[in-house]
Structures are given as structure tokens and as C-alpha cells.
Design a protein around this ligand. Structure first.
Ligand SMILES: *Cc1c(COP(=O)(O)O)cnc(C)c1O
Length: 386
């Protein structure tokens, strides 16, 4: 008997503790965690610096209304501004809320209502962000949706030609995460940038999954030559404490004046303490260089060892957000990997998504590859034997 709404298809696993790349269930079975709380625990579980920063803030104060100055918000905002094109930050509590803020800001700033997003995108579960999400399965049963969203095919530059100057913003992920680990092509993003200029629309990059070092840069858009007007962040920002952020350019600052937007918990000092410790560690040049090296190593192994399997259609992704597209549905593959003590996620029906902590070791990468290769071989043999 559960007292919870059954909104999640939960696995039959209960975790009792987690440290670094490893989690332990109630039967003392250990798992190598290549989910990281869905790109949240980027420093691994229970990172010591973050733990100490949160513990310290707990002894000072837990919550103060945003009617008061909170210097720790300024410190986190500066870390975000110094690592992006942005100039000011609005803090909230989740990815959906960060995207809500971006959508509201784009409408108010441009005086226009239409927002263009892409098929297979994911932007959240609130009314505006669900409407922004280009996947019917997320919207089923909740209509009517906000009518001012238009969905175009992702990575299809030509379709942008049809857009007119009634568009407030174009919003996208530079790697579609939930939609199947699909990276944007450089030419496509170039065309998006040109289109924004042509029609007077803002460029919003949803970095909720791709940000905070996940792709080997502070934010994923930094792999491309683009300059977003608005960047949204959440997931990895607080290492597991709930926090979101919207980062905007100078020209937008006055649009969100006093009283125009807000959040009771936004910028909560405990979440800010976690964010400050997280960003201080991840935005360090050497740390990000290591992420890139680990990514190259993992991608190399995936291409040579896993790519050789008959089950596999394509390996793709950026940094430590990687996908193995299979020729069949991956639900059973993911369950078998979990049996063999490797935790991974699906992304759409056919893609196994790997999100190891950015602190993963080379030995742990080798172990994961060995486990995946073993499970793929078993499945291929059983298919061959039929
Ligand atoms: C997870 C996710 C969201 C939603 O974040 P929540 O914190 O669950 O509201 C939005 N956009 C992207 C790209 C995401 O991956």
C-alpha cells in the first residue's frame, strides 16, 4: 500500500546510502551509478565540500524572505555570470520554474507571445513548460495547452525559414536529453541564431540537463559559436538540493523589475550554499579538462567495444551525457544492467542513456563497459538461439 500518487514507474529497488559513484540498496547490494539522480549529483553522491558548505549554512540561517539582501545569492550569481554570456540571475527551485521564468521574461521583453520549440524536446511539467515540450505523451489528457507554442523539427535548418516576426523566442536544448540524447548540429544552431536576428526573437537555451559541467564545459552551448540571450539551469546546480536559475543578458534586466516575478524559496541559502560549493569545484578549468578526457575515454570504449555489438545502431552525445541507440526497445536491457549492478536510464524507447558522475574514475568506466558488453552479448546470444 502506497500513500503516493503513482506518477513514477518505480523500480523494485530501495537505496539506503550513496557515496561517490556507488549506491547501496536495503539488501546491501551495491550498484555503480551511471544515472547520478538524472544529471543532478555531478560531483558524485555526498561530495565532501558540498556537505560541509550545507552543514555550515544550516548553523547560520535556513530561510529568509527575498525582501532581505542575501549575499550568498550574489556569490552564486557571480559564478554563473562569470562562466556565461549572461549578466544577471533569477533563482528558483527547479528546471521547469527556470524555463517558466525564461518564457515570461521573453514575452514581457518582446511584447510578443509565440515561442518556438522543437519536436522531441523536454522543458518541464508545468503548464507553460509542458506546452513548450514537443512530445505528445507529456501533454496527453491535460489540454487545452497554451496555444502560443510552435514545434519545429530539430536539426532541420530549412524549417526555420517559415518563421515570421511574431516570435518572442526560440527555445532549445543543445543536446536533447529526454528526447534521446540528440546533439544539435553546428549549422543548425548557426541558422537558429540568424533566424533570431531576422525575426527579432530571443534565443533561450535550456541547459537544465546539459549545464553544470555535464558536457565538459560549464554550459553545453559553449561547444558551439552561439550567444544565448537567456540560459536556464537546474538539475546539477545544487548537487541534489532543489535549485534552479535563469541567467539573462544585460538588455533584459530592466524587464523583470520589482514585483514582476518571484519565488518564496528561490535563492534559499541552503540551496545556495550547495550551489556555491558545486560551481566552485566544477567550473574550475582542470576539473572540466578531466571531464573532457574521461568523456573521450568512455566514448572511445563505447565506439570500439560496444559499437561492435549487433544490437547497437549509434553511439552519440557530448561530455558525460552519452547515448547508445539500440535496434530494439531498451527497457529489458536497462533491467538486466541493473541486475548486473549498473544503473542507467532510457532516453526515449531505444536509447540507453549514460550519466556517470563527473568524478567517475577510469576503473569505474572500464567496469561499466564490461557490464554493458556482457549484457549485450547475453541478449544477442539468446536472440541468435531462437
Ligand atoms: C529535467 C529537465 C527539465 C525539468 O526540470 P525539473 O527540475 O524536473 O522541473 C527541463 N528541461 C530539461 C532539458 C530537463 O532535462
Amino acid at each position: 500500500m502506497s500513500y503516493l500518487f503513482p506518477t513514477y514507474a518505480r523500480w523494485d529497488v530501495t537505496i539506503k546510502e550513496a557515496k561517490g559513484s556507488w549506491v547501496t540498496d536495503e539488501n546491501d547490494k551495491k550498484y555503480l551509478d551511471f544515472i547520478s539522480g538524472i544529471a543532478v549529483c555531478n560531483l558524485g553522491h555526498a561530495n565532501e565540500n558540498v556537505t560541509a558548505a550545507v552543514a555550515d549554512q544550516l548553523t547560520k540561517y535556513w530561510h529568509m524572505s527575498n525582501l532581505f539582501h542575501q549575499p550568498i545569492q550574489e556569490e552564486v550569481a557571480k559564478l554563473l555570470v562569470d562562466s556565461t554570456e549572461g549578466d544577471a540571475v533569477f533563482f528558483c527551485n527547479s528546471g521547469a520554474e527556470a524555463n517558466e521564468a525564461a518564457i515570461k521574461l521573453a514575452r514581457k521583453h518582446t511584447g510578443k507571445t509565440k515561442i518556438v520549440t522543437f519536436l522531441q524536446s523536454f522543458h518541464g511539467r508545468t503548464f507553460a513548460t509542458m506546452s513548450a515540450t514537443g512530445q505528445e505523451k507529456i501533454q496527453q489528457g491535460f489540454g487545452p495547452l497554451l496555444e502560443t507554442f510552435q514545434y519545429l523539427p530539430y536539426n532541420d535548418s530549412n524549417s526555420l525559414d517559415e518563421l515570421k516576426d511574431d516570435v518572442a523566442a526560440i527555445m532549445l536544448e543543445v543536446v536533447q536529453g529526454e528526447g534521446g540524447v540528440v546533439p544539435a548540429q553546428q549549422e543548425f544552431l548557426q541558422k537558429v541564431t540568424e533566424t533570431c536576428k531576422r525575426i527579432g526573437a530571443l534565443l533561450i537555451i535550456d541547459e537544465v540537463q546539459t549545464g553544470i559541467g555535464r558536457t565538459g564545459k560549464p554550459f553545453g552551448y559553449q561547444h558551439y559559436e552561439i550567444s544565448p540571450d537567456i540560459i536556464t539551469s537546474a538539475k546539477g546546480l545544487g548537487s541534489g538540493l532543489p535549485v534552479g536559475a535563469m541567467i539573462g543578458k544585460q538588455s533584459l534586466i530592466d524587464t523583470f523589475g520589482a514585483g514582476s516575478h518571484g519565488s518564496t524559496f528561490g535563492g534559499n541559502p541552503i540551496a545556495m550554499a550547495a550551489a556555491k560549493a558545486t560551481l566552485t569545484q566544477i567550473f574550475e578549468e582542470n576539473f572540466l579538462k578531466e571531464v573532457e578526457e574521461k568523456s573521450n575515454y568512455l566514448l572511445g570504449k563505447l565506439n570500439t567495444v560496444i559499437g561492435a555489438h549487433a544490437l547497437v545502431k549509434e553511439i552519440r552525445g557530448k561530455g558525460l551525457l552519452l547515448g547508445i541507440e539500440c535496434k530494439e526497445q531498451v527497457g529489458d536491457i536497462i533491467n538486466q544492467l541493473r541486475e548486473k549492478q549498473l544503473l542507467v536510464l532510457p532516453a526515449g524507447p531505444n536509447v540507453v542513456r549514460l550519466l556517470p558522475p563527473l568524478t567517475v574514475s577510469y576503473d569505474e568506466i572500464d567496469l561499466a563497459i564490461e557490464t554493458i558488453a556482457g549484457v549485450f552479448s547475453t541478449i544477442e546470444q539468446s536472440v541468435g538461439a531462437q
